[in-house]
Design a binder for this molecule. Structure first.
Ligand code: ARG
Length: 590
């Protein structure tokens, strides 16, 4: 039995039992327990219950107190105010509970898995072929990766889908140009992934611009390019082979960026728009036959009562254009069918920019009408806000161009390396470079994850790599400092001593460490990595207070030294595990 019941759950159970003993007719009632400044926990549920049962709240509270089983876990329960309960936990229970977490040899710190896990398909990290990645793609990748880690940690089966933009009429132009200039995608082989990625993107970029120029100025080229689109859609083998070259070239670039982001993206999980080509006609047929979609001016459309344009006319979701072409909506609807009926998911999660919310609203509603989504299968867009520059406007270069993601990451790594170098005492150049990368990438991820996803956030590198405040660097230093104490401890090993009285700062730290499991559950259930960042920041802050108030290696007795080392170590393990769930490294030395 590796999973550990948290103190708040134990207290909750005891209070609920006392409540129903005091008021049997109320059935099972929620004592509404939360952490409190005045005591360890406060229960507020009695007020509402007394009101419902027409009882006097203070009297009911007193009844409950007399029935609470106290001793091993609960040291003291007091009625306060109109009928709140203040609950204090024994020092022994705090230490024993942490010791049980510490003993969990699966590395899960006693965090239980959810009772009824399901299957979630998560659609994230979806850049577009032959295009540079930008900050929007960063958000989807970073948030998505953390949600994957959180869900998997709770025991959910997670299927990842990278819905890359690899289809569309622009490929006609690209393929035609490549056909006429066959060496444009050639590589000088031999570089590492980063170098090949750079080269791949610069090839694609150059080719894209050149093709565009021809397309806009040369009518005959335009005609040839249009014919290519038709060939591509008809599945002409030679055209498809050329298309594949663009996809492969882009993947070299994508993988180089994901590697830089220290993120595992697997090739089989990349199922782009083109992956649903075979399903498009069938999707349209099903929608048309069921009457969900209707023909309007030749196009196949779905209408919604509440979605109208500025002119008051309804704006439909176009599933098939009047020229027979399929677009983004048909692909997403087909992907839903695949994810529901083939993958058998019960949750479809889309980590996509909030500016696509209307699209998803219409797509989900269409799928519901078609019966593909229902009470058993839900779809959710985890919509994220825009990345802003320091000036509060959408993030652009001084020339007004979109910022290249790679440049941004490189700059973050440079800044972080400078911070690491300045603080470094015994690190080699190689170590500084490695730590600089871990700190820089961590800083970018943390800044992205620590604001709730739906809000816009300012991309401010100075703030991100700051050692003070709510940053990943602060957490990484807290972790590294603990490791250094553990190294300095020499012979003394961390060990729990439940018989010892705890300092106030030790209790606060211990109680917070205990609520890690609740935080994981909440962050996963709500797809809210920012709840984890807030938790970890609080943990590091409580650790700092503990460290200021309670000498560790110079504590009063050998037992107290061991117990404090144990508190240090459990804090470190919690930081490490929590950061891993955010996709952020915790170097042992900084
Ligand atoms: N490739 C798209 C973009 O860059 C995002 C795809 C989102 N996923 C989806 N299933 N539509 O905006």
């Amino acid at each position: 039995m590796a999973s550990v019941t948290s103190l708040s759950d134990s207290v909750h159970q005891r209070l609920a039992a006392a409540l129903s003993a005091a008021l049997p007719q109320a059935g099972s009632a929620d004592p509404l327990l939360r952490r409190s400044d005045r005591a360890d926990f406060q229960a507020n549920g009695i007020l509402a219950l007394a009101k419902k049962e027409k009882a006097n709240p203070r009297e009911l509270a007193t009844q409950v107190v007399s029935r609470v089983e106290s001793g091993d876990v609960i040291k003291d329960v007091e009625v306060s105010g109109p009928g709140f309960l203040n609950i204090t936990i024994t020092d022994r229970a705090i230490t024993e509970n942490l010791a049980a977490r510490y003993a969990d040899d699966t590395g899960r710190l006693g965090v239980p898995r959810t009772e009824h896990p399901g299957t979630t398909v998560i659609d994230y990290a979806q850049p577009n072929v032959a295009k540079e990645m930008h900050v929007g793609h960063l958000r989807s990748a970073v948030i998505g990766d953390s949600v994957v880690q959180l869900l998997e940690f709770t025991g959910e089966t997670v299927v990842r889908r990278h819905h890359i933009g690899d289809w569309g009429t622009q490929f006609g132009m690209l393929i035609q140009y490549l056909e006429e200039h066959p060496h444009e995608l050639d590589h000088q082989d031999g570089g590492d992934l980063q170098a090949s990625g750079e080269q791949a993107m610069s090839n694609l970029d150059r080719l894209y611009k050149a093709a565009r120029k021809f397309f806009d100025s040369d009518e005959e080229f335009k005609t040839r390019a249009r014919r290519r689109v038709v060939d591509l859609q008809a599945g002409d083998p030679q055209t498809l082979a050329m298309w594949q070259k663009f996809v492969d070239e882009s993947k070299i670039y994508f993988f180089s960026v994901f590697e830089k982001l220290d993120m595992e993206i697997r090739d089989p999980d990349i199922v782009g728009e083109s992956g649903y080509n075979d399903m498009l006609a069938e999707t349209c047929r099903l929608l048309e036959e069921s009457g969900v979609a209707v023909r309007s001016e030749g196009a196949l459309c779905v209408f919604f009562d509440d979605i109208k344009g500025p002119d008051g006319k309804p704006v439909p979701l176009i599933v098939q254009k009047s020229d027979g072409g399929y677009g983004y909506a048909a692909t997403d609807l087909s992907a839903i069918r695949d994810r529901v009926f083939n993958i058998k998911a019960d949750t479809l999660l889309y980590v996509v920019d909030a500016r696509q919310s209307l699209h998803f609203k219409m797509v989900f509603e269409t799928a519901r009408r078609a019966g593909w989504l229902n009470e058993d299968v839900k779809a959710v867009q985890l919509a994220f806000g825009t990345v802003l520059g320091k000036d509060g406007k959408p993030f652009k270069t001084r020339e007004g161009e979109t910022v290249r993601l790679v440049d941004l990451l490189d700059e973050a790594i440079d800044r972080a390396s400078a911070v690491v170098r300045e603080k470094a005492q015994d690190l080699s150049e190689e170590e500084i470079a490695e730590r600089g990368t871990q700190v820089g990438i961590g800083a970018v991820k943390y800044a992205d994850l620590s604001t709730s996803a739906n809000r816009d956030y300012k991309f401010d590198l100075d703030q991100m790599v700051s050692l003070n405040g709510d940053t990943s660097v602060y957490l990484q230093y807290a972790y590294a400092r603990i490791q250094s104490i553990l190294r300095k401890a020499g012979e003394a090993r961390p060990a729990a001593h439940p018989e010892l009285d705890l300092h106030e700062a030790e209790r606060a730290l211990g109680l917070h460490a205990d609520s890690f499991a609740a935080t994981v559950a909440e962050a996963a259930a709500e797809y809210a990595p920012h709840k984890m960042t807030a938790y970890l920041y609080q943990l590091a802050s409580l650790y700092t207070t503990f460290y200021d108030k309670c000498p560790v290696l110079k504590a009063e007795s050998p037992e107290q030294i061991e117990n404090r080392l144990f508190l240090c170590d459990i804090t470190a393990r919690t930081l490490h595990q929590g950061m891993a769930l955010l996709g952020i490294r915790t170097p042992e030395r900084l």
